[in-house]
Write a protein that binds this ligand. Structure first.
Ligand code: PLP
Length: 386
């Protein structure tokens, strides 16, 4: 650390240099991220609320009320009349809260001690963190030939220690939607907490349905669904970090509550203590700013880019691994491994793609910063590498 203060100007110069080492979404080279540049209006709102601490809601009543309103709006979008939950740092924290609620509920009401959670191999790695922190055993559900949960395998894996079942609406690697309606029935009949991870799909499936796309039911319309994760900082265009966790019942927040003696409220159910209100208010502002029609229009554009990429890849001769359901395309070169192709793409023009594990493939996430022009450049390079 320097002894004497340094001039703002000088520090800013250093920060510019630091920033120039980071990639920018607007460059169009980031093709494997589920995040994107936050909307300019959201950035404005964010800086306005930088000091609002949702960890002490008695001091920031306006911001707290806005979090509640945001949860209600998202809840309604997911077909829940009265929602309970929080805007948190992202899908990871939301999933950890869901599993914590399920674990505590099963412990308090069923006396389950060494609990198990059933989830597919396609689940996000945040559930490994959750299981580790909460001493739960992960029981892996099988996938069918289309990389979706095999419903029968869930039935077989339920035991008297099962505290939660997890399914995904928009898998991280392939953007696929599990057979949630069938799983919801099983969870309901067996009285087991059922969490739907819609971190990726939550901000697009409802809007695409709104304009006539056909998707199976995945939300609180299904009686068995206990909680849903939705990430505003993906297709919601909110500034990071913004994730959402929505619970069907208040008791799921209550089983996580601990006393918070020195604060303005008596208990706290979130994992984080001091937590930012800025991204919550930015999320609220964006929901109003775009409305259903604005988000639907964006979701449609992302799907059109997705179909454009899928069709063009096939024309060149690449193998598209699965029919895209949301804005992710996974593909392979007929001979080169995805790792090799990924290296070549980086060398030829700085493309940052990601490699999926199950199945092994190049995975492109068609986020809002990826334009048709970027895709055409990308396809040209793919043609030359074919
Ligand atoms: C992105 C994602 C997560 C993790 O979200 P973070 O915001 O990165 O913590 C969890 N589950 C799914 C399905 C995701 O797509």
């Amino acid at each position: 650390m320097n002894d004497l203060p340094i001039d703002e100007e000088e520090i800013l110069k250093e920060l510019d240099a630091i920033q120039s080492e980071d990639l920018k979404y607007s460059g169009g080279r980031i093709l494997g991220s589920m995040c994107t540049e936050a909307h300019p209006f959201a950035k404005k709102v964010y800086t306005k609320f930088l000091d609002s601490n949702l960890g002490d809601p008695g001091l920031f009543k306006g911001t707290k009320a806005t979090e509640d309103k945001t949860i209600q709006i998202i809840g309604k979008l997911l077909n829940l009349d009265k929602a309970y939950g929080n805007i948190v740092t992202g899908g990871t924290e939301a999933n950890i809260m869901a599993i914590r609620a399920a674990r505590n509920h099963a412990r308090n009401y069923k006396g389950i001690k060494d609990g198990e959670i059933i989830l597919p191999r396609s689940a996000h790695f945040s559930f490994k963190k959750a299981a580790d922190m909460m001493n739960l055993k992960i029981v892996e559900a099988d996938l069918d030939d289309n990389y979706k949960i095999d419903v029968d395998s869930i039935k077989k894996k339920i035991t008297d220690k099962t505290v939660a079942i997890v399914a995904i609406a928009g898998t991280t690697e392939l953007g696929l939607i599990d057979p949630i309606e069938e799983i919801s029935k099983i969870a309901y009949e067996n009285n087991i907490f059922f969490h739907v991870d819609a971190a990726f799909g939550g901000f697009s499936i409802p809007f695409l349905k709104n304009i006539g796309y056909e998707y199976p039911e995945f939300d609180f319309k299904l009686d068995g669904v206990s909680s849903i994760t939705v990430d505003p900082h993906k297709m919601g265009l909110a500034p990071i970090p913004a994730g959402g966790i929505i619970f069907r019942k208040k008791e799921y927040l209550e089983v996580m509550a601990v006393d918070s003696p020195y604060l303005t409220v008596k208990t706290q159910s979130t994992i984080v203590g001091t937590r930012l209100g800025a991204s919550t208010v930015a999320t609220y502002a964006l929901l109003k700013y775009f409305g259903k029609s604005g988000y639907s229009k964006m979701a449609r554009e992302l799907m059109e880019n997705t179909y454009f990429l899928r069709d063009s890849l096939k024309e060149i001769g690449y193998e598209v691994i699965v029919e895209p359901e949301l804005n992710i395309v996974a593909f392979n070169h007929p001979e080169k491994s995805p790792e090799k192709l990924s290296d070549e793409l980086e060398k030829i023009n700085g493309w940052k793609v990601s490699v999926a594990n199950c199945p092994k493939a190049i995975r492109i996430v068609l986020m809002n910063h990826v334009t048709k022009t970027h895709l055409k450049e990308f396809l040209n390079d793919l043609k030359s590498l074919y």
